[in-house]
Ligand binder design. Structure first.
Ligand SMILES: Cc1cc2nc3c(=O)[nH]c(=O)nc-3n(C[C@H](O)[C@H](O)[C@H](O)COP(=O)(O)OP(=O)(O)OC[C@H]3O[C@@H](n4cnc5c(N)ncnc54)[C@H](O)[C@@H]3O)c2cc1C
Length: 301
C-alpha cells in the first residue's frame, strides 16, 4: 500500500509530488495528459519567469524536479476512488491500487466556443483566443476584445476586461442575450456594447478573429469565451466528497475534503484558477497528508 496516490499531474499534482517525495513518502502519480497548463502559449504572470514560460515547459520542469526525488508519473486515467478501512482503493480500469491517502488534482475543462479544433488551437496559440483574463488581460491592453457569454458570468468577465481596454463587446453565445436590467445598466455604465449571437462561425483572418453576430461580423484582436467549465470532481463526489452546485470540491483550510484521507487541490477546488494558487494548495495538502500519516505511523522512526 502506498502512502499517497495523486490523481492529476498539472501544477497542483506535480507540486504535491515534489513535496511528498521529499517527505520520504511512497507516492503514485496518475495522469491522463490533459492539463490546462499545457494549453498556455506563454504565461507572463507566473512569478519567477521574466519573459514568461510556455505552460508545457513549466510542466516538464516540474516533472523533472519531482522525478529527481523519486516520484514517477504514470499515464493512466483513474476510474474510481473507493474508501476502505485503512485508506483507499484507486481503480485504473480493472487494476486496483491501494493507498493510505489520496490527493485529487484533476482540474477543470473550459467549455469551448463552436469552432473546428484546428482553428481553435491555432487561435489559442496566437492569442486570438484567450481563456483567462486574470492571466493575460494585460496582453489585450487597448486592444479590441470580444467576450462570448451572457448573464451575470458574461457581464463580470466583460467588466473585468474593461479594466484593460475601452473596446469590449459582449456577444451572446446563442441567438439572444440573457441579461437582466441590472446587468444591462452596469454594462451601459462601463461603455460595453452587447449584441446577440449566433456567434458562429468564428474565423481567423490574418492577425484578427472575426465573430458573426446579429449585428453582422465583428472584428477583434482577441476573444474570451466566458462559457463556464466542467469541474473534474466526479471521482471524489462518487467517493462521498461534498461539492458546490457547480461541482467544485469543498475543502477546509488544510485541503481536506469531507471524506477523511481524501484531499483536493488546484482548479478542482473552488478558488482562484491560477498556477500559483494550485501550487500553494498542493503544498498545504501535501504537508497535511504528511502530518496525518506521521500521526498514524511515525515516518522513518
Ligand atoms: C489558455 C489558458 C491560459 C492560462 N494562462 C495562465 C497563466 O498565464 N497563469 C496562470 O496562473 N494560470 C493560467 N491558466 C490557468 C492554469 O492553467 C490552471 O489554473 C492550472 O493548470 C491548474 O492546475 P491544476 O493542477 O489544478 O489542473 P490542470 O493543470 O488542469 O491538471 C489537471 C491534471 O489532471 C489530469 N486528470 C484529470 N482527470 C484525471 C483522471 N481521471 N485520471 C488521471 N488524471 C486525470 C489531467 O490529465 C491534467 O493533467 C491558464 C489556463 C488556460 C486554459
Amino acid at each position: 500500500m502506498d502512502d499517497c496516490i495523486i490523481i492529476g499531474a498539472g501544477p497542483a499534482g506535480l507540486t504535491a509530488a515534489i513535496y511528498l517525495a521529499r517527505f520520504h513518502l511512497s507516492t503514485r502519480l496518475f495522469d491522463c495528459g490533459s492539463s490546462r497548463a499545457a494549453l498556455i502559449p506563454r504565461t507572463q504572470n507566473h512569478a519567477g519567469y521574466p519573459g514568461g514560460i510556455k505552460g508545457s515547459d513549466l510542466l516538464t520542469l516540474m516533472l523533472e524536479q519531482a522525478e529527481s526525488f523519486g516520484a514517477r508519473r504514470e499515464t493512466a486515467a483513474v476510474t474510481a476512488i473507493v474508501p476502505i478501512a485503512d485508506g483507499f482503493e484507486v481503480l485504473v480500469d480493472d487494476t486496483i491500487f491501494r493507498a493510505r491517502s489520496v490527493l485529487l488534482a484533476t482540474g477543470v475543462v473550459n467549455h469551448r466556443p463552436d469552432m473546428p479544433i484546428a482553428a481553435h488551437d491555432d487561435a489559442l496559440a496566437r492569442g486570438l483566443l484567450r481563456y483567462c483574463p486574470i492571466c493575460d488581460g494585460y496582453e489585450v491592453t487597448d486592444k479590441r476584445v470580444g467576450v462570448i457569454g451572457t448573464g451575470d458570468h458574461g457581464m463580470r468577465e466583460a467588466l473585468f476586461l474593461r479594466g484593460f481596454t475601452t473596446d469590449v463587446m459582449l456577444i451572446a453565445p446563442g441567438a439572444t442575450h440573457d441579461l437582466d436590467q441590472q446587468c444591462r445598466a452596469r454594462l451601459d455604465a462601463a461603455g460595453i456594447a452587447y449584441v446577440d449571437g449566433p456567434c458562429a462561425p468564428i474565423r481567423i483572418a490574418g492577425d484578427e478573429i472575426i465573430v458573426t453576430t446579429a449585428a453582422g461580423e465583428q472584428v477583434f484582436d482577441s476573444i474570451y469565451p466566458a462559457l463556464g467549465s466542467h469541474i473534474r470532481s466526479e471521482l471524489a463526489v462518487a467517493a462521498g466528497a461534498r461539492a458546490s452546485k457547480d461541482g467544485c470540491l469543498e475543502v477546509d483550510a488544510h485541503q481536506r475534503t469531507s471524506v477523511p484521507g481524501l484531499f483536493a487541490a488546484g482548479d478542482v477546488v473552488k478558488g482562484l484558477d491560477q498556477i500559483s494558487h494550485a501550487m500553494g494548495e498542493a503544498g498545504v495538502a501535501a504537508t497535511t497528508i504528511r502530518n496525518l500519516l506521521d500521526e498514524q505511523r511515525p515516518i522513518r522512526r
